[in-house]
Design a protein around this ligand. Structure first.
Ligand code: ZN
Length: 414
């Protein structure tokens, strides 16, 4: 009798937490026709392609202008060198006339919960993040992971040179911003049509971004023992102007990211952005503010956005703290070419031409164990080839030493 009960509850648990998915709503981003004349350049090294730790594939609508595609690809590269995923991230980019002061709109096509390795149960993840965590495709490959629609009526600047142009909107800045929505900067917190109550959730679950939204007392807003769902108190907090993203890293304890929660709620804008007045145009974390101005150039994701994504479950190149990245901090860097990345079978490591010296190359798995190594003495320049064909898909590291110089790169094996 007792055994049956246990089995019964196990079965129930399995049913309860099985993977499911839903289409998602998109986020809307507005323009302000007032020249900012601010420029924040990418922090990226010139060898960005080599450092890519993810692969973002864009499919453009047939009317998408060629120069806009070039600028879009540039923004894609800025994300490819930050996000870590062994599963390709597919974007569908549409060129279309949008109304109402809209610059662009963007969002994950679909959300997943209770997939393999999901860190939280019964929480929705945007498909690109769910796939990065599950390390496999979840949606059908004919469907994009992210849909971005760009307003064709805007006076765009397509240059990738970060020059602020009077009266024109910087295309790279906007695409960088829109991709952030598609990979998870999106919320279900909303004010209901009656205007008096707030609520959250889609089919009973919040988004992973919602999980970390906190009130002025650092209490979780989706905790129903604090805020009933739906409720008037939830509406007050959504429109109260004092919401934060609760980063756990103590270095942000006194400077938590402030969420856009204005007095008048706007669907698809409120909560899914950072606060405009805390991060004014031209400041380091201004990329995710709700309004983008003409002549506002920002090619940098900013520390807060990257840490938000990290906490949501993304691997972030250069931000994630793993043991094997911290061990060689003070040593001078060795400039070495490691390609292609992502890699499917053959990986090449090219050592630049210099005075003869000893070189060692190691390939490590994500736990820091050496799985292949080569040591060579008295070489000037040489290209080494490794076959990774038999390795499981996922994240690896290549460590190259040359006398007292060292370099470590993350590589993604598909
Ligand atoms: Zn936006």
């Amino acid at each position: 009798m007792r055994l049956e009960l246990v089995l019964g509850s196990l079965f129930f648990t399995t049913v309860c937490f099985s993977q499911d998915s839903l289409p998602a709503k998109s986020v809307v981003c507005h323009f302000v026709e007032e020249d900012a004349f601010t420029t924040i350049r990418s922090q990226q090294l010139p060898n960005a392609r080599i450092d890519a730790t993810s692969n973002i594939e864009v499919t453009y609508s047939s009317n998408f202008p060629a120069n806009a595609r070039t600028a879009f690809e540039y923004a894609v590269q800025l994300w490819e060198s930050k996000l870590v995923s062994s599963v390709p991230i597919r974007i569908s980019a549409t060129w279309s006339s949008l109304s109402g002061g809209t610059l662009a709109q963007s969002g994950t096509s679909r959300i997943y919960r209770n997939f393999t390795n999901a860190p939280y149960s019964n929480v929705w993840y945007p498909v690109a993040l769910a796939e990065a965590i599950a390390k496999r495709e979840l949606n059908v490959t004919s469907e994009a992971d992210i849909n971005v629609t760009v307003n064709s009526n805007i006076n765009w600047y397509y240059g990738t040179d970060a020059r602020a142009q009077s009266g024109r909107f910087d295309f790279v800045t906007v695409v960088l911003h829109e991709i952030a929505h598609g990979i998870g900067i999106t919320s279900t917190l909303e004010v209901l049509d009656n205007g008096t109550q707030g609520q959250w959730g889609q089919n009973g679950s919040g988004y992973i971004y919602d999980v970390f939204i906190q009130d002025s007392q650092r209490r979780q807003v989706i905790n129903t023992s604090i805020y009933s769902n739906p409720s008037t108190s939830l509406k007050s907090v959504i429109t109260g102007g004092v919401l934060f993203f609760g980063l756990r890293d103590s270095k942000f304890a006194n400077a938590l990211p402030r969420i856009h929660a204005p007095n008048s709620y706007t669907e698809g804008v409120s909560i899914s952005h950072l606060d405009e007045s805390t991060y004014p145009v031209g400041s380091a974390n201004s990329l995710m503010s709700p309004n983008i101005r003409s002549a506002e150039v920002n090619h940098s994701q900013g520390e807060l956005l990257l840490n938000i994504l990290l906490q949501m479950g993304w691997g972030i190149n250069g931000v994630s703290s793993s043991i094997i990245l911290s061990e060689e901090s003070a040593e001078p860097l060795l400039d070495v070419l490691i390609y292609p990345n992502p890699v499917q079978s053959q990986l090449f490591v090219a050592i630049p031409n210099q005075n003869a010296r000893d070189v060692s190359i190691e390939i490590l798995n994500f736990n820091g164990q050496i799985i292949e190594q080569i040591a060579d003495s008295n070489i000037q320049s040489k290209t080494y080839e490794f076959s990774l064909e038999n390795l499981a898909a996922g994240l690896y590291f290549v460590r190259v030493k040359d006398g007292n110089r060292i370099t470590k790169r993350r590589i993604v094996k598909n």
